[in-house]
Design a protein around this ligand. Structure first.
Ligand SMILES: O=c1ccn([C@@H]2O[C@H](COP(=O)(O)OP(=O)(O)O)[C@@H](O)[C@H]2O)c(=O)[nH]1
Ligand SMILES: O=C(O)[C@@H](COP(=O)(O)O)O[C@H]1O[C@H](CO)[C@@H](O)[C@H](O)[C@H]1O
Length: 320
């Protein structure tokens, strides 16, 4: 593991239990800052209401850590908007925001437009398809931002069970993360290899930073923000918080293939020169002692076309 990654992992990885909501309310008051929670939603009527109601109950009414809860509806065809409003969210239709800029499909579009329709100094983004949502997600993401002015962006990390036809298996979720995003980051942005869940849909940041970077309109938004914010603010302005485990509704492989395509385009747009990618791939295991980083050499050797070899070897077909 690279020394800079090891150092960052040690200094910028926190446990969610480090912070409690009432303590953060006190800190928030002294800093005089406000908090907006944003849920991007497309056809999430089954889960969005519980998430909104839980945040409002625990973190607006009982403990005023959150100042507004906004659901940005990406054009749902189900009752997402009605369910979210009934649970107490302010619901905004993405295609009504900044109409002069047109309307693009995708999660990143909803998140970009959320910046225009919210007012919080700190923004917390929560997927609207989470199962068994815990308000700790919001508290843990705000912890580093409220207590350390040098931190500007915080990502959730967690184990990712996968719901299969045989039931829920303890790992296997985060398929695009493991098969596309993590190898890409290790190859081209090895300094970001310490992010255990680079695509996690739960994250928080300072508005002053988030408004200085582009938002990729589709599913490339998480990778784009990670790379662009690290370049803008430096690696030490980024942190990650461990929430143990997170369950959400899964998409089919074909949909994840399209997601992977968007992420690949997002990454390549940020590496026009590409150049020689790094050979190390850092993967993570959760062990009894905590998170263990395991390095692999995934470099490959390019063998020349056999035709060119035969030209040199006199064209004989050798025997194995
Ligand atoms: O065009 C879109 C696609 C997704 N989402 C929302 O973005 C979050 C993550 O999307 P999804 O669940 O499809 O991704 P996954 O978690 O399966 O990778 C969810 O709250 C979606 O409802 C959205 O607002 N607009
Ligand atoms: O991490 C992943 O591989 C994908 C798919 O997760 P699953 O394989 O369905 O658990 O989910 C994430 O990626 C999306 C693209 O960045 C984010 O928008 C989602 O919030 C996040 O869940």
């Amino acid at each position: 593991m690279r020394p800079d990654v090891r150092r960052w992992l040690h200094s910028r990885t926190f446990a969610a239990e480090t912070w409690a909501a009432p303590d953060l309310v006190a800190v928030k008051g002294t800093r005089g800052c406000t908090v907006s929670v944003v849920l991007p939603a497309l056809d999430e009527e089954r889960t969005v209401g519980t998430i909104v109601a839980t945040i409002r109950d625990h973190l607006v009414e009982r403990c005023p850590l959150v100042d507004e809860v906004v659901v940005v509806d990406s054009g749902s065809s189900d009752r997402t908007a009605e369910v979210a409003a009934a649970a107490g969210a302010r619901v905004v239709a993405a295609d009504t925001v900044l109409p002069r800029h047109g309307s693009r499909p995708g999660k990143g579009e909803a998140l970009w437009k959320s910046l225009h329709v919210t007012s919080g100094d700190l923004l917390v983004f929560i997927d609207a398809d989470l199962v068994a949502f815990d308000p700790r997600f919001v508290v843990g993401l705000l912890g580093p931002l409220l207590t350390d002015p040098t931190v500007g962006y915080v990502k959730a990390l967690y184990d990712r069970p996968l719901t299969t036809t045989d039931g829920i298996v303890p790992s296997g979720g985060g398929r695009v993360t493991e098969l596309v995003a993590r190898p890409l980051l290790n190859a081209f942005w090895p300094e970001l290899a310490g992010f255990v869940q680079p695509l996690s849909g739960e994250y928080a940041g300072r508005r002053e930073l988030l408004e200085q970077v582009p938002f990729v309109s589709g599913y490339g938004v998480e990778l784009g923000l990670l790379v662009d914010l690290a370049a803008l603010a430096g690696l030490d302005a980024l942190a990650q918080v461990d929430f143990g485990t997170r369950q959400h509704t899964h998409q089919a492989d074909a949909a994840l293939g399209r997601m992977a395509g968007q992420i690949l385009h997002t990454a390549l747009a940020r590496r026009p020169g590409a150049g020689r990618p790094k050979r190390e791939l850092l993967q993570f295991l959760r062990t009894a002692d905590g998170l263990e980083g395991v390095s692999w050499d995934v470099g490959v050797v390019e063998r020349p076309p056999m035709r060119s070899v035969r030209a040199v070897e006199g064209g004989r077909r050798g025997r194995a």
